[in-house]
Design a protein around this ligand. Structure first.
Ligand SMILES: [Fe+2]
Ligand SMILES: [Fe+2]
Length: 475
């Protein structure tokens, strides 16, 4: 049978031409992917020309091309970062041994699991964000949303490629499942809870790309250390794109803050909401919500599976070379838990290997702290006294050793009654969400125009002016 795709229709640097069987498998998967994109990808603007960047190589000085393209015609490619000569395993029991070009039999299952978990989050985020286009604050922001969406879809391609190429029939099934599951679906939901709720407004979207995509970055950096070289190289290149998603989130929240302060200054009562903006306490509540939701994504504080994955070389830590000890056989980490019956914290010393999820969570928190510091610089530069705060790691946890307790933003234990009473101070209420939806009720689609609740960005995309037609809506 003549294949409906040729490898040249999939930009790649993995020599697809040399593997006709794989091209056939990918062709089948591609047709299902296209159905998925149209059904569960962005709900609007599919037939519009969008100024998108497409990955065309992995060369640092020219890996992307920028042009107007209709999203269904986007060329989702497969790119692995260049291989490192004589690369050896950098951590765990097999440190110093050559990396694997094929998954070894004994680690096949955990590799497949890891790739499928990463793969599930990519399309989930596209599904969660699918309705946002209809309330975009500008063409600049609309384009950024759609850019993030096509790149998450490319990450799905990257993970599916690994499953189809290296994991036989089970890999094939796993790749199909990535398209079968659907965010929020009752019967076949996405694997993790946090990927099953819709991202219902743009403040949620910016917090999502600031925090949830940052979890993605940490996990990709950890996968980039993997002894399975094709995974390491895929993850390294994905991290390049991920940086843009974090930029969209961080600068998005920064621009909301800037506008909020401007409106506060202009309002006789100091209220941004009165002038069609978003109040600072609401922004803080959204931050509290998304930070606590993403903390749960790292998994159990004490996990033998996480320990085994590290010991076996399947997944390391971000920038493993920066750590002193790449073996971590002898050291331990103090892990906190909440004892509901005794109404007290408990502490246990756990081998670092088994506490690997906690190690990653700690790195993530450090990263988030510097993001919040940068947001606070926006407030300080406008002469405002108020500051945003990152909540305690104990706050609002639904998973793990702290989830049975209730804690205030600063981590102080509170009773269930106090939690119920003060929840609306700490997390977005229906009224807060409605207020945000209200100011974002309609899309702003004129080139150069900006919704009232957000400041314009300092510059456009890829050297283009702010009033550039980032999405051609007139056609
Ligand atoms: Fe991604
Ligand atoms: Fe992302």
């Amino acid at each position: 049978m003549e294949s409906s795709i040729r490898s040249e229709s999939i930009p790649n640097n993995v020599n697809l031409d040399s593997a006709p069987g794989l091209v056939r498998a990918m062709s089948h998967w591609q047709s299902r992917f296209k159905e998925w994109w149209l059904e569960r990808g962005p709900s609007a603007f599919q037939s519009h020309q969008v100024y998108l960047r497409t990955a065309v190589s992995v060369e640092p000085d020219g890996w992307a091309r920028y042009e107007h393209v209709r999203m269904p015609e986007y060329r989702w490619g497969i790119f692995l970062a260049p291989s490192v000569r004589d690369r050896t395993i950098g951590f765990g029991d097999m440190q110093g041994q050559p990396v694997w070009q094929e998954p070894p039999e004994e680690h096949r299952e955990s590799l497949r699991w890891l790739i499928a978990m990463q793969g599930d989050a990519e399309p989930a985020s596209v599904e969660q964000q699918r309705l946002l286009g209809s309330t975009c604050p500008s063409l600049y922001d609309l384009r950024n949303l759609l850019q993030v969406n096509v790149e998450e879809a490319r990450h799905l391609w990257g993970m599916s490629y690994l499953l189809l190429r290296y994991f036989g029939a089970e890999g094939w099934n796993a790749a199909e499942e990535l398209l079968d599951r659907s965010s929020g679906d009752v019967e076949r939901p996405r694997v993790l809870d946090a990927f099953n709720a819709p991202v219902e407004d743009w403040l949620h979207f910016f917090m999502y790309t600031a925090f949830t995509d940052r979890v993605g970055k940490v996990q990709l950096q950890a996968a980039a250390e993997s002894a399975f070289d094709p995974l390491a190289r895929t993850a390294r290149f994905m991290a390049t794109e991920e940086a843009h998603h974090l930029f969209v989130g961080e600068t998005g929240v920064g621009r909301v803050l800037q506008r909020t302060v401007e409106l506060m200054k202009n309002s006789p009562n100091g209220s941004a909401r009165e002038l069609g903006g978003i109040d600072l306490p609401v922004i803080q509540k959204y931050l509290n919500l998304w930070y606590s939701l993403t903390m749960d994504l790292f998994g159990a504080e004490v996990s033998r599976k996480a320990g085994a994955v590290f010991a076996n070389g399947v997944k390391g830590r971000p920038k493993e070379a920066m750590f002193e000890d790449h073996d971590e056989r002898g050291r331990s980490l103090r892990v906190e838990s909440w004892d509901t019956a005794a109404n007290a914290f408990r502490y246990q010393d756990v081998p670092v290997r088994s506490a690997m999820n906690e190690v990653l969570r700690g790195l993530f928190t450090l990263d988030c702290r510097s993001v919040v510091e940068r947001w606070n610089k926006v407030l300080a530069s406008q002469g405002l006294q108020e500051r945003l705060q990152l909540p305690s790691r104990r706050f609002n946890r639904q998973q793990g050793l702290l989830s049975s307790g209730h804690f205030a933003l600063d981590g102080t234990p509170v009773s269930a009654e106090e939690w119920a009473r003060r929840r609306s101070e700490w997390l977005p209420t229906e009224d807060d969400r409605a207020a945000v939806r209200n100011v974002q009720a309609r899309a702003v689609l004129a080139p150069g125009e900006m919704a009232n609740w957000i400041a314009p960005p300092p510059r456009g995309i890829h050297g283009k002016p702010l009033d550039f037609a980032y999405v051609r809506v007139e056609t």
